[in-house]
Write a protein that binds this ligand. Sequence first.
Ligand code: NAD
Length: 364
Amino acid sequence: MTVSGTTFVYEALPGRVVFGTGAARGALAAEIEGLGARRALLISTETEAALADELAAPLGDRVVDRFTGVRPHVPVPVAEAARRQASECGADVLLSVGGGSTTGTAKAVALTSGLPIVAVPTTYAGSEVTPVWGLTENGEKVNGTDRVVLPRVVIYDPELTYSLPVGLSTVSGLNAMAHCVEAFWAPGRSPIASLMAAEGIGALVRGLRMLAGAASDGAPLAVARSELLYGAYLSGTAFATTGSGLHHKICHALGGLFNLPHAETHAVVLPYVLAFNEPALAAPVVESLARAFESASPLAGLLGFERGLEVPRSLAALGMPEAGIEQAAAVVVTRVPADNPRSVEPKDLVALLRRAWEGVDPAV
Ligand code: NAD
């Protein structure tokens, strides 16, 4: 992409990334040792507790306690319980094994304790490479950014995602896709983040296509899972520096107001936001996005690719009430980034949300 006439600020975030099939089993102990840590609190959901234990087995008695009370969107009482446990067991490192909710719980502990995190992600949420934390209290989600919650080491092991059902993998992959696409117009956009986002789009498209057609095991699945996890890493890294644009602001508001599922909401909303913004994008941006999708236009590329996937197609199907359209538009309009490529009026948001609610063809 040409940078002539562009001004940008890019601040690279620290963090060590270890990527590879079998990496979690092979490298975890050495990575913990590399941090000089001796007392790990192992954090997971109940469901992933056996996996977490198995991965942490080489650490022996350096795992001093386990926290398995993870809940979606990190409710404050859960964060407080995990913080208490970390303090009581004298942890000097937090080892999280799981999806975005598990990483989020480790971040909540790091936020108040300053403890380092070693993250082993098992979904494509991308939270493990961002300094963004989130907590929910009385149904309200509060987010913030603090470098102290950025994991020090991330171990990406595609093998750990083999068990993620195809449906969940697809919406989680599209959540990552949303980070990539929005990186091209979010407030902190830069040519560097766009490079990662474009590479991420390619990896996610390849991975999700393979997964949609893959047998239940064997080589195609292994390749698909590697592409997807690589795409997830790139998406999170791009999102970490660009921040939230119109798409994330909409999804965040919808999640908070109507308790809609996180990844599915991203999957439904993204094409409508792209359809809205695309006419106002600069030509080099359109070219880069189109090239990433190997398509004549970004929207045609995204839609062509999504057509082959089994994903929810409307906000109505996710359980959002029709009466919520105006309510959500009123919330989002106060949060739209001032430099969205196209100005956003309340009536635009109502129209966009109605289209997404009905699930009409985003291209029409
Ligand atoms: P999640 O962590 O809630 O996991 C979803 C479900 O998948 C859970 O039931 C979990 O037990 C299961 N699961 C996880 N890994 C599995 C595996 N390998 N095999 C089988 N099942 C598995 O969901 P998520 O989509 O990973 O994360 C969503 C959360 O992450 C939201 O709260 C979102 O706000 C947050 N998030 C934060 C950031 C950030 O930068 N802070 C970025 C993206 C997402």
